[in-house]
Design a protein around this ligand. Structure first.
Ligand SMILES: Cc1cc2nc3c(=O)[nH]c(=O)nc-3n(C[C@H](O)[C@H](O)[C@H](O)COP(=O)(O)OP(=O)(O)OC[C@H]3O[C@@H](n4cnc5c(N)ncnc54)[C@H](O)[C@@H]3O)c2cc1C
Length: 502
C-alpha cells in the first residue's frame, strides 16, 4: 500500500495542507528560473508555426477532412517534425532537446488558439512518451527516443501514441477500482520470451501516424489491475493492424483510430512494465497500476487544460475582432457595456484556465513526473551540457538493470501518497475546469456573434466542435470530478466510499 505520510502542514478545516493549495508559492524558490526562458522560447516557436503553417490552413483542413474523412494531414505532421517538435520535450539523456515539460503546456495553448487538432498531433506524441517515462523502463525509452530522433534527421516522422480505450471499456481503464469491475478484454498470454496479445483498442489519437503504440493489456482479464502490462507495439509488427478511422465532430486534423491485435507477439524487450518487472518491489502491482496512471494523467491533463485555455483565448480573440468591426443600432459593438462585461468574462475564463495549468505544472515539477529533472543542480547540468555529453554521462542508467531497479524503487516504493494525491487532484481539477471554460467561452462567443458565429469562416463554430471533445478524453469531466473528490476532498475520511455505484 502507498504510505500515508500526510503531515498537517497548516491544514485547513477541510484537511488540505499548505502545499496542497499553494504549489505556486512553494515553487518560487524551488523551480529553476531558466524554465521561464524556455516557456518564452516555446511560445515564440509556436507563434511562428501558427503564422506560417496552422492559421492559414486550419479552416481548409477542417473542411477537407469533413468532405474526405479518410484524409490524413501528413503535411502537418512533417512540418512539425521539421520544426523539431517531436524531440523538443524528450530529455537530453535520451538524446532529445530536453525542454522541461512545463513549457509544453504554454506551447500547446498557443497552437490551440488556431487549431487544437494540430496541437494534438504534437501533444499525443508526448502522452505516449510520458507513459514510457512513467513505467521507468529506461532502456526501452532510450531505444524508442533514438528512433524519434533519427526520424527527425531523416524527415520521416516517428510518433508515439497511447492506447488504453477498448470497445467495451472507456472510463473504467484509468482507475484500478473501476478496471476490476469493468469489461476489459485486451489479453496478453505469456509465452517464451514475450506475450501473445489479442485485443482491440478504439479512438486512439494519432494512431494512423504513429510508429510506436503504447498499449495496455492484461494477463488475466478477470483481474486486470493485478495483471496489467504496458507494452510497445511497432506499426509493422506481425498480427498488428489499423482498423477504421473515426468520423469525429471536431479536432479533425488529429485522427482517432482502431488498433487490432490478433496473435500479435510482443517480445520482452518491448514490455514497458509487467508483473515480472515489479515482483521485487514492495509496492503491489495493483498500486503500481494506479501510480502509473496518476503520473501520466497528471502530465497529460495539464496539456488538455492548456488546450482548453488556447480555445478560450482563440474564441475571445475572434469575438474581440468582431466587436471592433461591428455596428449595432449605430454603436460600435465594443462600446456597449453588456458586450464589455461579456468580454471581461471571456478573458477571465482564459486567465483561470492558464492559472490552473500553471498550478499543476508547479505540482508536477515538485512532486510528480518532472520532479527528478527539475531538481536545480540536475536541471542546470542537463541544460548547459551538450546532448552527447549528457548521453554519455547517463548511459549507465539506461544500460545496466541495477539502475533501473533503483529508479523504480524511488518512483514506486518511495512514492508519497499525499504527493500523488496532490498532483492527481490538481490535474483533474485543471482538466475539467479548462475544458468546461473552453466550451463556455465558445457558448458566449457564439451568442455574441449571432448568425456570424455560425459561419465556418469565422472560426468560432470550429472551436465549439473542437472544445466538446476536450470534455471527453483524458477521462470524462465526470470522472475528473470524482478523481478530484477522491484525491483532495475524500482522502483521509474513512467513511467515504468511491466508485461503488451500481
Ligand atoms: C477525440 C477522442 C480522442 C481520444 N483519444 C484517445 C487516445 O488517444 N487513447 C485512448 O486510449 N483513448 C482515447 N479516447 C477515448 C477516451 O479516453 C474515452 O472516450 C473516455 O475514456 C470515455 O470513455 P467512453 O467514451 O467509453 O465513455 P463511457 O466510459 O462509456 O462513459 C459514458 C458516460 O458515463 C459516465 N461514466 C462512466 N463511468 C462512470 C462512473 N464510474 N462514474 C460516473 N460517471 C461515469 C462518463 O462520464 C460518460 O458521461 C479518445 C476519445 C475521443 C472522443
Amino acid at each position: 500500500m502507498l504510505k500515508n505520510t500526510f503531515i498537517s502542514d497548516h491544514a485547513d478545516s477541510s484537511g488540505l495542507s499548505f502545499p496542497d493549495m499553494n504549489c505556486n508559492l512553494m515553487a518560487i524558490s524551488r523551480q529553476p528560473r531558466a524554465i521561464t526562458k524556455e516557456v518564452r522560447k516555446a511560445i515564440r516557436m509556436a507563434r511562428r508555426f501558427n503564422e506560417t503553417v496552422v492559421r492559414p490552413n486550419a479552416l481548409d483542413m477542417d473542411r477537407k477532412i469533413h468532405e474526405d474523412p479518410d484524409y490524413l494531414p501528413w503535411e502537418w505532421v512533417r512540418e512539425a517534425n521539421r520544426h523539431g517538435f517531436y524531440t523538443m520535450w524528450i530529455p537530453k539523456m535520451f538524446g532529445g532537446k530536453g525542454y522541461s515539460f512545463t513549457s509544453i503546456a504554454y506551447f500547446l495553448e498557443e497552437i490551440s488558439t488556431c487549431c487544437v487538432g494540430m496541437a494534438n498531433l504534437i501533444g499525443v506524441h508526448y502522452l505516449g512518451f510520458a507513459t514510457l517515462i512513467a513505467t521507468w523502463n529506461l532502456a526501452l525509452t532510450r531505444r524508442i527516443s533514438l528512433e524519434v530522433i533519427q526520424g527527425e534527421k531523416t524527415d520521416t516522422p516517428c510518433l508515439l501514441d497511447f492506447a488504453i480505450t477498448e470497445p467495451g471499456s472507456g472510463t473504467d481503464t484509468s482507475e484500478a477500482d473501476l478496471a476490476d469491475k469493468g469489461n476489459l478484454a485486451c489479453h496478453a498470454a505469456r509465452e517464451n520470451g514475450g506475450y501473445r496479445v489479442n485485443g482491440t483498442k478504439i479512438f486512439i489519437s494519432n494512431a494512423h501516424f504513429s510508429t510506436w503504440h503504447l498499449v495496455l493489456g492484461y494477463e488475466d482479464i478477470k483481474k486486470p489491475s493485478d495483471t496489467f502490462l504496458f507494452f510497445a507495439v511497432r506499426k509493422d509488427a506481425g498480427g498488428f493492424s489499423l482498423g477504421r478511422k473515426e468520423r469525429k465532430m471536431g479536432q479533425k486534423a488529429c485522427p482517432a483510430s482502431e488498433l487490432i491485435l490478433r496473435d500479435c507477439f510482443v517480445p520482452d524487450e518491448q514490455v514497458c512494465v509487467d508483473k515480472r518487472q515489479t515482483k521485487n518491489l514492495s509496492m503491489s502491482h495493483r498500486d503500481i497500476y494506479q501510480i502509473i496512471f496518476d503520473s501520466v494523467c497528471s502530465s497529460s491533463k495539464a496539456g488538455v487544460c492548456s488546450m482548453g485555455a488556447g480555445i478560450s483565448r482563440g474564441v475571445y480573440e475572434e469575438v474581440l475582432r468582431f466587436a471592433s468591426n461591428t455596428i449595432i443600432n449605430g454603436s460600435l459593438m465594443m462600446n456597449l457595456e453588456w458586450v464589455q462585461c461579456r468580454l471581461a468574462d471571456m478573458l477571465g475564463n482564459v486567465a483561470v484556465s492558464r492559472l490552473m495549468y500553471a498550478e499543476i505544472n508547479f505540482a508536477n515539477g515538485m512532486f510528480g513526473l518532472n520532479k527528478m529533472l527539475q531538481i536545480k543542480p540536475l536541471y542546470y547540468l542537463f541544460r548547459y551540457l551538450p546532448v552527447k555529453v549528457v548521453q554519455v554521462l547517463s548511459a549507465p542508467m539506461t544500460r545496466y538493470p541495477v539502475f533501473q531497479k533503483i529508479v523504480r524503487k524511488m518512483q514506486f516504493d518511495w512514492k508519497k501518497r499525499e504527493e500523488l494525491e496532490r498532483t492527481t487532484g490538481w490535474a483533474s481539477m485543471a482538466k475539467f475546469t479548462g475544458s468546461d471554460l473552453a466550451v463556455e467561452n465558445c457558448r458566449i462567443g457564439l451568442s455574441l456573434m449571432g448568425q456570424a458565429g455560425s459561419r465556418h469562416e469565422n472560426r468560432v463554430e470550429k472551436f465549439f466542435r473542437d472544445s466538446k471533445l476536450l470534455q471527453i478524453y483524458e477521462g470524462t469531466n465526470q470522472l475528473n470530478r470524482l478523481e478530484t473528490f477522491k484525491s483532495l476532498i475524500g482522502r483521509n475520511r474513512h467513511e467515504i466510499h468511491m466508485f461503488e455505484d451500481k
